[in-house]
Design a protein around this ligand. Structure first.
Ligand code: ATP
Length: 301
């Protein structure tokens, strides 16, 4: 009988691994638009993360051989810090996220988490360490509870409730006639952009990863919702290493380190105050966004 069960066990493991992979793939929808192209090294061990420091060391990369996107790029996200990546569209911000998740291997250089080269460990163990809150969350046509629990093996209802509370969506759910059993998605209740993002945050909290990858939405939520979500994300990212990809600088001005990217290189790095004093690209982007906000405010009045 045991012999019969072992392959079944194995199947269960394969199923869970693939399922986890799929969710992460779905979550990476905006960070990724092609299939993963890397294999685990034979006999690769699982990554062991005690201090979730993330380092990019002289990383060069391109999607196609004749078009280099990242040029010997280096930066560190110290354990527990929030590091922002900002810069013009196409600078390579999301590419950094895809490489950290190891959907591709760099041409040159290395990416380490807690001193271990991510190319030397299993992808599954690496991806378990990284939670993603994507630009637009994918919801499944199922209950809201299922959507929060998705990807975890039998979380208790207490865990699900706690994750929903920490993502500040519990009051919304408990006010629904069917609570966590409410059907959402195309055939069920339509959730707003902010609510969907909170479901994604709750799903990430349940996973409880030491590293967070935040990919800010390009389409703005209304400013009150955005402020609420930002406050929630701030709580969620405390005590985790957070890499935040941002378009609006106001959302990351209090990051510990802001890396300003241009054409695949980090051209400036520092805190918000330091970068403003430097009066370079960041200061220029900041001033431009401030005056745009000012114009929008005036137009709204
Ligand atoms: P945005 O702020 O607009 O999201 P970004 O800084 O995140 O931009 P990336 O998405 O990292 O930029 O893209 C960097 C460059 O890589 C772009 O020129 C883009 O065209 C190219 N690129 C992105 N994904 C692929 C892909 N799958 N295949 C080929 N080229 C790609």
């Amino acid at each position: 009988l045991l012999q019969l069960f072992r392959p079944l066990d194995m199947l269960g493991w394969v199923y869970r691994t693939i399922r986890q992979g799929l969710i992460d793939m779905a979550d990476m929808f905006n960070l990724l638009d092609t299939e993963a192209e890397v294999d685990d090294a034979p006999g690769a061990p699982a990554i062991v993360v005690r201090r979730p420091t993330v380092t990019f060391e002289d990383v060069s990369f391109g999607y196609e051989p004749d078009r280099q996107i990242l040029h010997r790029l280096s930066f560190e996200a110290p354990a527990g810090a929030t590091v922002a990546l900002v810069g013009p569209s196409g600078a390579g911000k999301s590419t950094i996220g895809r490489l950290l998740f190891r959907f591709y291997d760099p041409w040159d250089g290395r990416i380490c988490v807690d001193g271990q080269n991510i190319a030397d460990v299993t992808q599954e163990s690496l991806r378990r360490q990284i939670g993603i809150v994507p630009q637009d969350s994918v919801l499944f046509n199922d209950t809201i509870g299922y959507n929060i629990a998705y990807g975890q093996d039998d979380p208790s209802s207490g865990d699900i409730q706690r994750a929903a509370a920490d993502a500040a969506i519990l009051p919304f759910i408990t006010a629904l006639p069917h609570g966590f059993d409410t059907e959402v998605g195309e055939r069920g209740l339509k959730l707003s952009g902010g609510e969907k993002q909170r479901v994604a945050i709750a799903r990430t909290l349940l996973k409880n990863p030491p590293i967070l990858l935040l990919d800010e939405a390009t389409s703005a939520l209304d400013s009150r919702t955005e402020q609420d979500i930002l406050a929630t994300l701030k709580r969620v990212s405390a005590n985790r290493t957070t890499i935040a990809i941002a378009h609006r600088l106001s959302t990351i001005s209090d990051a510990d380190i802001i890396n300003v990217m241009e054409a695949g290189r980090i051209v400036e790095s520092g805190s918000h105050g330091e970068l403003l004093r430097r009066d370079g690209l960041y200061a220029e982007m900041w001033n431009r966004q401030q005056s745009e906000t000012e114009e929008e405010r005036e137009a709204a009045e």
